[in-house]
Design a protein around this ligand. Sequence first.
Ligand code: SAM
Length: 258
Amino acid sequence: MGVGECKSNDYGAAAYWDARYSSGSPASAAAGCGFFDWYQTYPALRPLLRARVPTSSRVLMLGCGNSLLSEDMVKDGYEDIVNIDISSVVIEQMREKHKEITQLTYMQMDIRDMGFFGDESFDCVLDKGTLDAMMCADDAPHGAFKMLAEVARLLMPHGIYLLITYGAPKERVPLLDQSGCSWSIALYIMPTAGYQLRMSKGAQHLIMEEVTLTEGGQLPPDYVLKDPDSHFIYVCEKLEEKGTNCRDTDPKESTNAN
Ligand SMILES: C[S@@+](CC[C@H](N)C(=O)[O-])C[C@H]1O[C@@H](n2cnc3c(N)ncnc32)[C@H](O)[C@@H]1O
């Protein structure tokens, strides 16, 4: 996925991901040793995760793929991570790989319908690259609305939806606004690992900048993005607001977001 665009509508299709994760496929071979982390890895995200998500949290990992994130989180003390993905191929692989790790469970599921889980059953929902994949699907943006309404339903009051994406606020905040919930959003901007390496001339120094959004949920008008390929990390806290119903949203009524 590139900056603010979809290189392929395939990213929304289960068949594409099944083929990609099948052993022997060219993409799988390119990924090397059976794992691939999109965007960022746990060591880079750790300071933020540990600050905002207690290790005792019940975490839902959306579109887990074969990323190392869940495994690394468990090594660092996280106790309960439910991993879901639309690809039955990757779910089987990950279930087998982590069968000894009781803190990790794997389920094949479409994030547009997570009715299997009860309302307010997670403290944190983690999404690294999966909303971006949904925005490439044939049913975008409706599928993304459905997914976000489900995320809002599944989170406890004050639960955290932590979204790691290529989408800038002008593309992602309107989507969040249409999830049927109100959020308190903190935004962090993280340059790609390659950019950080070039800037630091090899020194191990990870940059994650917190940027205060305007009242309308946008970047300050004078804000300049240092690395145009930066990742945006939204820490969205589900607010418990009187009159807000996070369960009865009809995403089909919402059509004006990206
Ligand atoms: C860009 S990859 C990100 C993988 C992983 N989160 C990471 O950070 O490396 C998107 C993942 O979302 C999954 N996915 C796509 N559409 C989905 C859907 N409707 N329901 C559940 N998972 C989906 C894909 O199978 C793929 O594993």
